[in-house]
Design a protein around this ligand. Structure first.
Ligand code: GLV
Ligand code: MG
Length: 313
């Protein structure tokens, strides 16, 4: 288990094509919480083999501050996964936190990756369990098996929804994945978001929303990202640097809610200790132990994002 990155923030997860040395160099200066260098769908088939060394070399060369650093390999239904993992993990060295596995269909694929990583870590001289895993759910079979997948290895740090591949797998009548479908009354992905979220929380891992493909539409991104943020997702992919700032803002509590959570925790602490009561009034609402749990999560999330309580005037 990659202990370093497991609980780090992942509000914005920047996707960078592993075939482009220029984009990789630029990515070091973009303030994403997490960055992944891609060997999968943003890389042309003819460039995939050469991209392995570029990605490994860029990670070994350093300059990535303390963000989560990941490489997305190709899926197990290609002929590339084994060599992607071998070359990247042995070439990148200690700074690589995670491997992202796309189009995961079953827990067996995760177990196979875990076993392969054990041997590769030994070969690379890394501590056993150093490399964490991000698993992408983006097929119908993957969604059906999501609970087992999320529990399949202690290496798993996050589960990631892939709306574009998922729309293709579902044969949805859309040509852009991960955006609103105004003709549908409601959110066409609500069930999917909720199912993945529950599987993630039951497994104690983070949960990430995938790309928003209309890169020039930052207001559309903000509005769409709020859906998964309001459900409790930890972050979302950025497929262009301009998306990062919006996501860092959307996936953290508002100042008002952060302050309220801190006030609630204070009030509840006094009620339970000084007054020996389990439920008390807080403003116009009744709060109890469940309220404390909700507020604790909020406070922790805000503090990780560097938020400070507003001083009382
Ligand atoms: C991401 O990989 C997606 O398919 O949406
Ligand atoms: Mg995909």
């Amino acid at each position: 288990m990659s202990l370093r990155s497991r609980s780090l923030l992942r509000r914005s997860c920047l996707s960078v094509p592993g075939s482009s040395e220029r984009f990789i160099a630029k990515a070091r200066d973009i303030a994403a919480d997490m960055t992944f260098l891609d060997l999968e769908d943003s890389v042309a088939p003819s460039e995939k083999v050469a991209a392995r060394a570029k990605v490994a070399g860029a990670i070994a060369a350093g300059g990535w501050d303390d963000r989560v650093l990941c490489v997305r390999v190709n899926a197990w239904d290609t002929a590339l996964t084994f060599r992607d993992i071998l070359e990247v993990v042995t070439g990148a060295g200690e700074r690589l936190d995670e491997i992202m596995l796309p189009k995961v269909q079953s827990a067996a694929e995760v177990v196979a990756t875990d076993l392969l990583l054990k041997q590769v870590e030994r070969e690379a001289g890394l501590e056993l369990g150093h490399i964490g895993l991000e698993v992408q759910i983006e097929t119908t079979t993957g969604l059906i098996n999501v609970e087992e997948i999320c529990m399949a290895s202690p290496r798993i740090e996050t589960v990631v929804f892939g709306p574009a591949d998922f729309a293709a797998s579902m044969e949805m009548p859309v040509l852009t994945g991960g955006v609103e479908v105004p003709e549908y009354p409601g959110d066409h992905f609500h069930y999917v978001f909720s199912k993945i979220l529950m599987a993630a929380r039951a497994a104690g891992i983070q949960v990430i929303d995938g790309p928003y493909l209309k890169i020039a539409d930052l207001e559309g991104l903000r509005s769409y990202a709020k859906r998964s943020a309001m459900l409790g997702y930890d972050g979302k992919w950025a497929i262009h640097p301009t998306q990062v700032e919006v996501l860092n803002d959307v996936y953290r509590p508002t100042q008002e809610l952060f302050d309220k959570a801190c006030d609630l925790l204070d009030a509840y602490a006094v009620a339970t200790s000084d007054d020996a009561r389990g439920a008390v009034m807080f403003g116009d609402e009744m709060i109890d132990e469940a309220s404390r749990k909700m507020a604790m999560k909020f406070q922790a999330r805000g503090e990780k994002a560097g938020m400070l309580r507003t001083p009382r005037g």
